[in-house]
Every structure is written in structure tokens, then in C-alpha cells.
Design a protein around this ligand. Structure first.
Ligand SMILES: [Fe+2]
Length: 236
């Protein structure tokens, strides 16, 4: 086997191993739910360089995400929310406080964001590619639509690729720490890819050039995870 083929194989095995561990902690239904956990990052702080720098990753994961998680756990103390998966909490978001909305949202969104990225170069999977081409015409047209959602989100928020209740893919963006699972947002569905466009996600390296951060995101997308999420969403 040629060296390049061996390296590709090693990459695929590594992505698969990371993915199985990460997704299993993320997709449990309420029956198997064993509490809200602060996740492992799954790669080193500098692993996504040069596209996302180590200092940004460290602050983002260990301070910003940790703060959302801690604030959510504090606000949920003594309530059923400690035994309720985030997806279920989001389906009744309108009944909860802004503190729960912002911090439970922040915890979920960052979980998804870390899992969406990998230091291992990988290609988009055939099934996901076909689904994207069906909805957007081409992968490039999809990326343009997604980038536009990320660029036109005023202030802080997220860009998403999601699956709606009919199994159709769509791109949207949400403000602050909202996401498409919440009953308070306009375009609802199951997110399978998310990009954090808060300034804390890119400002140290990119300053005001959000466009460069958004374009570089495509170099670190974990397509295997996105494809697995598509399959999980279609089975719902
Ligand atoms: Fe963030």
C-alpha cells in the first residue's frame, strides 16, 4: 500500500474513533440520559491551526464553554432539567428563563461546534453530498449560502445547516445562543453543522475579518460527524 493511502486510512480510523466516542455522549435519548456533562475536546488546542489558533481554542473551550455549562448547571440545580436532555428542554424553551435559554443553548451549541471540527483532512461523504446537491444545487452553492448566513448575522450568533421535519436540509442563522431546536426560533429543525460567529470565536486571530474565519472553517469540518448527524436526524 502506498504511503499516502496508509495515511488516508489512518486518518479515517482516527476520525471514526473520535466520532463514535463524541456522538455516543451526545445523542443519548432521555432513557439512556445520565446527566449533563462537560465534554472532552477530542483534540489539542493547537490541532486546528493555522485556521483556529491555540489561544482562541483554549479560552473558548475552557472559559466560554465552561462558563455556559457551569451557569446552566447552577440555574438547573434542584429542577427536573438535571434529568432532562437538552433537546427536550429546547422543545419547551419558551417556558424557561433567559438564563436557561442562554446557558443551556451555549452548552449545546459548543458541544456541537467542537464535534463539527477535526484536525484530520477529510472529504464530504457521498450521502451528505447528494443531500446537499439536491437542496442547494452544489456543495459550493451550499457553502455560499452558509457563509452568507454566517456573515449577515448581526452581532453574536450562529450559522446552521439543519434537517427539517420533512427530512429537508436548510441553512439558517440564530442570535446569541439560540439554535434551531428551540421552540422560540423561526426556522426549526435538527442542526447537523454549526458555526460560532461570536467575536470570541475568532477575534484574537482574525480581528474584524469574520469573512476569513468563515472561509477557513471549511478546512476543519468533520464531514463524518455531519453525515452521522444527518442519518440520526433522518431516523427521528
Ligand atoms: Fe462560542
Amino acid at each position: 500500500m502506498k504511503r499516502r493511502n496508509i495515511l488516508s486510512l489512518v486518518g479515517i480510523v482516527l476520525i471514526s474513533t473520535l466520532t463514535v466516542g463524541l456522538l455516543s455522549s451526545f445523542t443519548k435519548g432521555s432513557a439512556g440520559f445520565d446527566g449533563h456533562k462537560f465534554p472532552e475536546l477530542g483534540y489539542a488546542y493547537n490541532a486546528l491551526e493555522p485556521y483556529i489558533d491555540a489561544q482562541t481554542m483554549e479560552i473558548h473551550y475552557s472559559r466560554h464553554h465552561k462558563a455556559y455549562y457551569t451557569n446552566f448547571m447552577t440555574a438547573a440545580e434542584g429542577t427536573d432539567m438535571l434529568k432532562t436532555p437538552l433537546e427536550q428542554i429546547f422543545s419547551n424553551m419558551g417556558k424557561h428563563s433567559a438564563t436557561i435559554r442562554n446557558n443551556a443553548g451555549g452548552h449545546y451549541n459548543h458541544n456541537l461546534f467542537w464535534e463539527n471540527m477535526t484536525p484530520v483532512k477529510n472529504e464530504i461523504h457521498a450521502q451528505l453530498k447528494a443531500a446537499i446537491e439536491k437542496e442547494f444545487g452544489s456543495v459550493n452553492a451550499f457553502k455560499e449560502t452558509f457563509n452568507k448566513a454566517a456573515m449577515t448575522r448581526f452581532g453574536s450568533g450562529w450559522a446552521w445547516l439543519s434537517v427539517d421535519k420533512n427530512g429537508k436540509l436548510f441553512v439558517s442563522s440564530t442570535a446569541n445562543q439560540d439554535n434551531p431546536l428551540m421552540d422560540v426560533v423561526e426556522e426549526r429543525g435538527t442542526p447537523i453543522l454549526g458555526l460560532d460567529v461570536w467575536e470570541h470565536a475568532y477575534y484574537l486571530k482574525y480581528q474584524n475579518k469574520r469573512v476569513d474565519y468563515v472561509n477557513n472553517f471549511w478546512n476543519v469540518v468533520n464531514w463524518k460527524v455531519v453525515n452521522d448527524r444527518l442519518n440520526a436526524a433522518l431516523k427521528k
